[in-house]
Design a protein around this ligand. Structure first.
Ligand code: SAH
Length: 276
């Protein structure tokens, strides 16, 4: 859990033309990565074998994660650090026990209070897009990260694997508390959970190299843009007037200004105002 992976960044280059494309097209693999697949699988199995007291899905969970990673790889996800983080973080520990047996299927799951944890392929897709930001590529990690919508804390745990410091904001107290419990075992000096309205970002730790939102509004809140470092990248679901639905929007802040791209159509829970 302590290794900080560097980014070979074999993710497909995203097209400059802003248009919505199916995820399968965007996630086409560039080259076979069997070697890395074996490595991730062996590592997961090794970790499982080394665990003295299995809990939840026990010893099988590492193998199930390895299979989930294999499926994502087969679908074209080629960002190694993201795949490795997905192989390490135990998704079943972030959902209710009754749902644990579905934790490694590519499905979104309820996490309480009408909210959902996104399906692994969407989480992986967004993290891979973040890894393609200029600062992330230059540094070999996501740097300082801001997440809006902690939810159950699963994605925050992945971000803690991929970045140097993470601030994650949740507006629902009950979920903030739940995530705190789930993340108690994730000993990361740089992981800070904040209870509040994430539309305001988190100015005290700004600017951020990577900003990711797990809830979508009509427009991107200005504080997110303002808190994006030069070289930083923001990935967020946002309403798209052209298609009449939600799409993933990517904003890059370069020395010369902001660049915006539109990607996959998605269905995230709404970005709401205020804390509750
Ligand atoms: N990344 C999460 C996904 C949670 S779903 C996970 O891994 O579980 C999206 C979350 O965004 C919900 O918990 C919802 O309460 C939260 N949310 C919505 N609007 C918000 C806002 N303005 N500030 C902070 N969190 C918000």
């Amino acid at each position: 859990m302590t290794r900080a992976p560097r980014f070979p960044l074999a993710l497909d280059r995203v097209g400059a033309a802003p248009r919505t494309r199916p995820a399968t097209e965007l996630l086409r693999p560039q080259r076979p990565l069997q070697h890395a697949a074996q490595h991730a699988q062996q590592q997961a199995l090794h970790e499982a074998a080394g665990r003295a007291t299995p809990a939840g899905l026990g010893l099988d969970s590492a193998a199930m994660r390895a299979r989930m990673v294999q499926r994502l790889r087969a679908e074209g996800l080629a960002c190694e650090p993201v795949l490795e983080a997905l192989a390490r973080v135990e998704r079943h520990r972030f959902v209710d026990t009754a749902l644990a047996n579905q934790a490694y299927e590519d499905t979104s799951l309820p996490i309480g209070l009408g909210q959902t944890i996104s399906k692994p392929s969407v989480v992986a897709r967004m993290l891979a897009l973040l890894c393609e930001g200029a600062a992330a590529r230059a540094q070999g990690h996501l740097g300082s990260v801001l997440e809006i919508g902690t939810g159950c804390g699963y994605q925050a745990a992945l971000l803690a694997e991929l970045g140097r410091s993470v601030v994650s904001i949740e507006r629902l107290q009950a979920l903030h508390d739940k995530a705190r419990g789930h993340l108690a075992g994730v000993r990361r000096a740089g992981l800070q959970l904040v209870y509040g309205d994430g539309r305001l970002g988190h100015a005290p730790r700004a600017p951020y190299h990577s900003i990711i939102a797990a809830a979508g509004g009509d427009a991107l809140p200005q504080p997110w843009i303002d808190q994006l470092a030069v070289g930083g990248r923001l990935v967020a679901p946002t309403f798209d007037a052209a298609s009449g639905g939600q799409v993933l929007v990517v904003i890059d802040r370069g020395a010369a200004g902001l660049q915006r791209q539109r990607h996959d159509a998605v269905h995230f829970v709404p970005l709401k105002s205020g804390a509750a």
